[in-house]
Write a protein that binds this ligand. Structure first.
Ligand code: ADP
Length: 284
């Protein structure tokens, strides 16, 4: 099999394992053309309330995976999706059933903080006045109290991301997909945002899938870290994060954290080398 085509990687997931999961994917493949296979035979499942982090080399199909789960792209025939224990025939059925925050915050520059935050629920049909009332109550929790009438260009990077996250939380779906939400932030802001996100997640008890390039971020946040293979993407390693919650910032210096980090780095390094391999067959 050529590394770049989606020739039938068998699913390793057994029948019936999808029960009592929020989301299960089995044998998920996605090819963009006969020569570009982004995902090939990917299996994963997520339990309600889990915080899953996803890492992998650039171009391994992380965004493709999110786009499918968000209902924005269709996988290849034969891919199986179950959501809330029901089979999903077309990924587009998932549109609007999950909250999705893409890499760029996508705030509308002509809308204020509060009107950006309510965008998704307003589009869903909620009256603007009602939506604003709900959002105003949430502002302090998102560190935005007093900023409701500011415009995005008046905010710091961290605040913009909190507005985008507030929009995603307000949308109120069981599953939230966050695609590198802190990737563009400086290290200090990023650490603050990670701690804040854990607090908000613990309070709201949503299920989160979170893409990141940062191994420490993946471990600090996640219940499980999924490492993807180089393209075509599958799950190479599912690493349970055996660290207690709530997690204090200094957990990153603990022996267990360092042990997990080493394991992750080895797996990622192996895959990153494949991404740079000169021949397609080097993927196997
Ligand atoms: P990641 O998010 O892990 O960086 P992507 O999911 O964006 O990876 O992309 C996976 C592979 O699929 C890449 O090789 C990329 O070039 C290709 N790809 C993604 N989207 C498209 C598209 N719309 N058309 C063609 N190829 C695509």
């Amino acid at each position: 099999m050529d590394m770049y085509t989606c020739d039938s990687m068998p699913s390793s997931r057994s029948e019936g394992s999808a029960r009592s999961k929020l989301l299960s994917l089995a044998g998920m493949s996605k090819s963009y053309s006969p020569t570009v296979c982004a995902l090939n035979g990917l299996d994963l499942s997520i339990e309600p309330g889990e915080f899953i982090t996803v890492v992998g080399p650039s171009g391994c199909g992380k965004s493709t995976l999110f786009n499918i789960v968000a209902g924005l792209e269709e996988p290849d025939a034969g891919s199986e999706i179950r959501f809330l224990n029901k089979p999903v025939n077309k990924a587009s059925e998932l549109l609007g059933q999950v909250s999705f925050m893409p890499q760029r915050d996508l705030l509308l520059p002509w809308r204020t903080v509060i009107d950006n935050a309510i965008l998704a629920i307003e589009l869903e049909g909620k009256r603007r006045a009602d939506a604003r009332r709900i959002a105003l109550d949430m502002l302090p929790e998102f560190g935005l109290a007093g900023f409701e009438n500011q415009y995005p260009n008046q905010l710091s990077g961290g605040m913009r991301q909190r507005v985008a996250l507030m929009r995603t939380f307000l949308f109120g779906r069981d599953l939230m997909l966050l695609d590198e939400p802190f990737g563009a932030l400086d290290a200090l802001t990023r650490t603050m945002m990670q701690r804040w996100l854990l607090d908000v997640w613990q309070k709201h008890r949503r299920t989160i899938m979170f893409i990141t390039h940062d191994v420490e971020e993946a471990l600090f946040l996640g219940d499980r870290v999924l490492v993807m293979t180089a393209r075509p993407g599958r799950i190479k390693l599912e690493l349970p994060v055996t660290l207690d919650r709530p997690r204090e910032p200094d957990i990153v210096t603990s022996p267990e954290f360092i042990r997990l980090k080493r394991e992750l780095l080895i797996a990622i390094e192996e895959e990153s080398r494949k991404s740079f391999a000169p021949t397609p067959s080097a993927g196997h």
